[in-house]
Design a binder for this molecule. Structure first.
Ligand code: ADP
Ligand code: F6P
Length: 325
């Protein structure tokens, strides 16, 4: 198998994340450096089956390192869950002489990559999602940038919350994962952090700490809520009703997914893109490039998808201690 790869395809799939462009750039440049051709596939798996592809030369990825989003665009291609559509993807890759594919995305995209591999197209997956919710990898491209974007927004909201002596209930992204809420909650000194992974009650986890701090003279409060918990508008109303503290809800939304990637995201994305190309050149396939103990390594896609990541409960406990006022 080693030495057989001549052309590598690259695509981004699922939710975009800052740093995806750095990963694309690394795949294109490292492959070219090794004498390989690269085909960029637009709009994730949708572009693969519709043949929306173009050859990419090293200069095509100039000046993209600092740009958020993905120059290849991304898409959610629901029909890709069908076996006949997976077969079509493999056929299309053959027509364009693609003999190895790099998929940058989240766990849904990895499932597609695994099925493509089984159907005959060697694939390597790179974790790119702001949620940092890939079980087998300590880090996913985009997480650091997103944390810092949320940090700036929450710091701004804190200023006005403080001036008006209010309570701000802020929703951050994370439909099923609370990493963003937890880490920003600690970084910005939230009074309450709610995540989808941990059960909570209004009385115990919201009312009690707010009333305790209020009794000690505190006048402004930040409640940070992951998207998967939801209901921030009703929550703010209920807090105002029960505590008498004027409350406002803010849903940060897609502002969190854009923006120029941080140094950490650019560097890790470059390392992961390089590693993915090296795996394909070495004849490897069906692997997820991941971070373990701070090092870039790889794992079988199925095995990697089976690894569960659990929210560090000790950090949640720390957040509660730090929010004690
Ligand atoms: P993410 O990759 O960020 O987790 P999604 O879960 O939306 O995002 O998945 C992105 C895309 O990956 C889907 O739109 C679909 O094209 C593909 N995909 C997801 N699950 C599967 C699956 N079980 N089989 C094949 N393709 C899948
Ligand atoms: O990229 C991951 C994520 O941001 C989740 O946290 C969020 O639930 C989801 O994507 C929202 O994606 P969209 O608005 O594109 O459907």
């Amino acid at each position: 198998m080693a030495g057989k790869i001549k052309t590598i395809g690259v695509l981004t799939s699922g939710g975009d994340a800052p740093g995806m462009n750095a990963a694309i750039r690394a795949v294109v440049r490292v492959a070219a450096h090794s004498g390989l051709d690269v085909v960029g596939i637009k709009r994730g798996y949708s572009g693969l089956i519709k043949a929306e592809m173009k050859k990419m030369k090293p200069h095509d990825v100039s000046n993209i390192l600092q740009r958020g989003g993905t120059i290849l665009q991304t898409a959610r291609c629901l029909e890709f869950k069908r076996d006949d559509v997976i077969e079509k993807g493999v056929e299309m890759a053959k027509i364009f002489n693609i003999d190895g594919l790099v998929v940058i995305g989240g766990d849904g995209s990895f499932r597609g990559a695994e099925r493509l591999c089984k159907a005959g197209l060697p694939t390597i997956a790179i974790p790119g999602t702001i949620d940092n919710d890939i079980g087998c990898s300590e880090y996913t491209i985009g997480y650091d940038t997103c944390l810092n974007t949320i940090k700036s927004a929450v710091d701004n909201i804190k200023d006005t919350t403080e001036s008006h002596e209010r309570c701000s209930v802020i929703e951050v992204m994370g439909r099923t994962a609370g990493y963003l809420a937890l880490d920003v909650g600690i970084a910005c000194g939230a009074d309450v952090i709610l995540v989808p992974e941990i059960k909570w009650s209004f009385e115990e986890d919201i009312l009690k700490p707010i009333m305790h701090s209020k009794a000690n003279g505190e006048k402004r409060f930040i409640v940070l809520v992951a998207e998967g918990v939801g209901g921030v508008i009703e929550m703010a109303k209920k807090i105002e009703e029960k505590t008498g503290i004027e409350s406002r809800a803010t849903i940060l939304g897609h502002v969190q997914r854009g923006g120029s990637p941080s140094v950490r995201d650019r560097v890790i994305a470059s390392e992961m893109g390089n590693y993915a190309v090296e795996l394909l050149i070495a004849g490897k396939q069906n692997r997820i490039v991941c971070m373990k103990n701070g090092q870039i390594t790889d794992i079988d896609i199925k095995e990697g998808l089976a690894v569960k990541k659990t929210l560090p409960t000790e950090r949640m406990t720390l957040a509660k201690k730090l929010g004690y006022r």
